[in-house]
Design a protein around this ligand. Structure first.
Ligand SMILES: [Zn+2]
Length: 382
């Protein structure tokens, strides 16, 4: 079986995301065996109990730059899938949990490292970083950048073979409105926290429209806000004392969590000034920065050149540079000073019950990574 099919056959559901998830250790064992066979040294770093990063290093004969190929080993949950860990090939695709997001890209990176080691690297250092926990808190990428320095990185998320140089960030926040519980027959005593949340929701919707009307980022469009969950109320005949909204704001490069939270605060201040009794508070739960790298950066130009020349090339423009809607570990690598791009296979159904990756595109990705390692590390011009 191919490395990709082997990886898909091993449950690596993120245990922080799904209680009882298997975690990444099984997949890491499989990768270690693969690298051992390829004669490549690996370092295992236990990021959390039973959740190791694996870093594989192909050393060149002469010192030079370090290039990282980074992929995450965890997957989201498998609810609703009959046989999530049975890789099924059909019509040139491989189906199964994690095929597209992102064991396809990870397998391509490992394959590229094996081929590079096999022919011998003249200069520099090629590193494969298989990191844990991308689908939750990115503990793996954060641990990796604490230990390792590099001159450039490619994050192997599925991009349909396009070179991505930007993606949005996000802010997860809560807004709590407070009322006063009372019997439903006593409007003089009761204060309705859910009605109060209604005002917050209307204000947020308007805030969202204002965001949409802003100047779009050339590759990422406009920022957005949406209500994720709302909880409040106890029973028919009681005024609800509290209502909790969880919401998400997707951000553009340059937008900070502080600025996002300040905008929420301003919106609540307006509601307070309209109604002296109005009570609400906000809380930041988690934030991840957006990411962007200059199109002229060396790694971007090198990968654009490689992608345009790969099998199935559809002309230079078809390969980007593009922006992505979803967040990736590139924001963490980039934030740590490693110029990073995102590039990976063609796939679909990520996080859904029918996930797949196009097998030809996994091969194309692997070949592109071999060429990129040569050009970037050894200065080859193909
Ligand atoms: Zn992913």
């Amino acid at each position: 079986m191919s490395l990709l099919a082997d990886l898909v056959a091993i449950d690596s559901v993120n245990p922080s995301l799904v209680a009882g998830g298997a975690g990444e250790a099984g997949v890491v064992g499989c990768l270690e065996a693969f690298f051992r066979k390829a004669g490549i040294d690996t370092v295992r770093d236990e990021v959390a109990p039973g959740r190791p990063n694996l870093v594989a290093v192909v050393e060149g004969r002469r010192p030079g730059p370090t290039l990282v190929y980074c992929g995450h080993t965890d997957t989201v949950g498998v609810e609703g899938m009959a046989q999530p860990f049975v890789p099924v090939p059909r019509d040139g695709r491989l189906y199964g949990r994690g095929t597209g997001d992102m064991k396809g890209g990870l397998a391509a990176a490992c394959g590229a490292a094996a081929r590079t080691a096999g022919r011998g690297l003249a200069r520099g250092r090629l590193v494969v970083a298989a990191v844990v926990d991308e689908e939750f808190a990115s503990l793996g990428a954060e641990a990796f950048v604490r230990e390792w320095r590099a001159d450039a990185a490619v994050v192997l998320e599925p991009t349909d073979l396009r070179v991505a140089i930007a993606h949005k960030g996000f802010v997860l926040a809560e807004i709590l409105t407070t009322g006063r519980a009372a019997h439903g027959s006593r409007p003089d005593e009761g204060r309705d926290a859910i009605f109060r949340m209604g005002r917050v929701l209307a204000a947020l919707e308007q805030h969202g429209r204002a965001l949409e009307a802003g100047t779009p980022h050339p590759r990422l469009g406009v920022p957005s806000v949406h209500a994720s969950t709302v909880h409040g109320g106890r029973e028919w005949s009681t005024y609800p004392a509290r209502c909790l909204l969880q919401l998400e704001r997707r951000t553009l490069p340059g937008e900070t969590a502080d600025a996002v939270m300040a905008a929420f605060e301003r919106l609540l201040a307006v509601l307070r000034s309209d109604d002296g009794e109005f009570e609400a508070e906000t809380r930041l739960v988690m934030a991840r920065a957006a990411y962007e790298i200059d199109e002229r950066a060396e790694i971007v130009q090198a990968l654009l050149g490689v992608a345009a020349g790969s099998a199935g090339a559809r002309g230079r423009d078809a390969h980007g540079p593009v922006g992505l809607t979803f967040w990736t570990d590139a924001a963490i690598l980039g934030g740590a000073g490693i110029p990073s791009v995102i590039f990976g296979p063609v796939g679909g159904g990520y996080h859904s019950t029918e996930e797949w990756v196009d097998l030809g595109s996994v091969e194309t990705t692997e070949a592109a990574l071999v060429t990129l390692a040569g050009r970037y590390l050894e200065g080859e011009t193909a």
